[in-house]
Write a protein that binds this ligand. Structure first.
Ligand SMILES: Cc1cc2nc3c(=O)[nH]c(=O)nc-3n(C[C@H](O)[C@H](O)[C@H](O)COP(=O)(O)OP(=O)(O)OC[C@H]3O[C@@H](n4cnc5c(N)ncnc54)[C@H](O)[C@@H]3O)c2cc1C
Length: 350
């Protein structure tokens, strides 16, 4: 953990009780448990939606081992958690990776995202699961030079593609959704997939095929074989189809080849790690650094199971210890939601 000499001025910096890194199921439930003990949280996630693995990797698959919910899909559990935490008004900062975490001289923490946001928090809860979802890079020579100027793996602002010749590569939901959304905005749009079968939602496939039939987009079956440009701006790509090679003029290539999970910047924050996981004690779920907690798939302890229900338990115990940092010297009374009118007031049910 590195120490920085000055806290900096609060202008533009968000000051809060807690920052939760990761909006997966465990990060979401942490909002609830912290909220019950009057700790306000901001949630930051790289993905453009909440739900972590549940929403990104298996939204339609059933989960059978959530207590009290005999069957629930990955997306449903996310939606239910979002509803459950609504009373606590957590602020979400999506599409942002927490890149830096440092301790201030006053023992609080400063966090910075790759999107330029800065936070100062009394406690930090790392609920980063398997780590950062990172886009898979197409294996094309020199592609790195075009990333961020002509080659993208996500759409942050649709407007930046207005009036451009766009190539979208991929066959899943992201490729299809952005084909449908960017078609009215782009000057021209080509969708390229290696086979004439798409993994995305059937109604998106239908809409995309209708646009192709009307000549509003071009659908090509094949692969990108090369990039051409001045080394920073793309001018054309070589596409290999079963009929041969074609040089397609494009200004922008959006590649949706799926995501892998890497530990990412968590490794650089000076917290003790063990085989890419964060060891914690099972009474408080605190890391080697006081005030920094790790819950869910990212932590390790004897007997750890990477299950959502274990992460929920960890969030409850973490909140009890976090209270001591946010409200030093104050005693926390243990209460049930069933019978405590003050908890019910916080939940907006009384
Ligand atoms: C196919 C499949 C089926 C499964 N079935 C079950 C099941 O039936 N029952 C069960 O209990 N579990 C199941 N699991 C496991 C379960 O999904 C995980 O245990 C759970 O998602 C862990 O939740 P989490 O919140 O700890 O992490 P995650 O869901 O991984 O969420 C972590 C979030 O942190 C974000 N993040 C990481 N690093 C940063 C950073 N630096 N800055 C900002 N954001 C960051 C990530 O983008 C991610 O959204 C399954 C998993 C898979 C893949």
């Amino acid at each position: 953990m590195s120490f920085i000499p000055q806290a900096g001025q609060p202008g533009g910096i968000i000051e809060t009780d807690a920052v939760i890194i990761g909006g997966g199921p465990v990060g979401l439930f942490a909002v609830f448990e912290l909220g019950l003990v009057d700790i306000k949280a901001h949630v930051i996630d790289i993905l453009d939606k909440a739900g972590g693995q549940c929403a990104e990797l298996y939204p339609d698959k059933p989960i059978y081992d959530i207590p009290g919910l005999p069957i629930v899909t990955g997306q449903e559990i996310t939606d239910r958690l979002m509803e459950q935490i609504k009373p606590f008004g957590a602020t979400f900062h999506l599409g942002q990776q927490v890149a830096e975490l440092t301790r201030l001289p006053d023992e609080r923490f400063r966090l910075k995202t790759d999107g330029g946001k800065e936070f100062i928090a009394k406690v930090v809860v790392i609920a980063a699961g398997g780590g950062s979802f990172t886009p898979k890079r197409p294996p094309l020579a020199g592609i790195e030079a075009y990333e961020g100027t002509s080659v993208f793996y996500a759409v942050r602002r649709m407007e930046s593609f207005r009036g451009k010749s766009v190539l979208i590569v991929g066959g899943g939901d992201s490729a299809l959704d952005w084909t449908l959304n960017l078609q009215p905005v782009a000057k021209s749009l080509t969708l390229l997939h290696r086979r004439d079968e798409f993994r995305g939602a059937p109604h998106s496939v239908e809409k995309m095929r209708a646009l192709a039939a009307e000549g509003k987009i071009r659908l090509l079956i094949g692969q990108v074989a090369g990039l051409h440009g001045d080394g920073s701006r793309l001018e054309a790509v070589t596409i290999k189809t079963k009929d041969g090679e074609e040089r397609l003029p494009v200004e922008v290539m959006l590649a949706f080849f799926g995501l892998t999970m890497k530990l990412g910047p968590v490794a650089d924050w000076g917290i003790a790690l063990d085989a890419n996981l964060i060891p914690v004690d099972t009474a408080k779920f605190e890391t080697s650094e006081k005030g920094i907690f790790a819950i869910g798939d990212i932590n390790s302890y004897p007997g750890k199971l990477k299950l959502i229900l274990c992460g929920f338990h960890e969030a409850a115990l973490m909140a009890q210890q976090a209270y001591k940092y946010v409200y030093p010297g104050k005693k926390l009374l243990f209460q049930y939601t069933t019978s405590s009118s003050s908890l019910q007031k916080k939940l907006g049910v009384s």
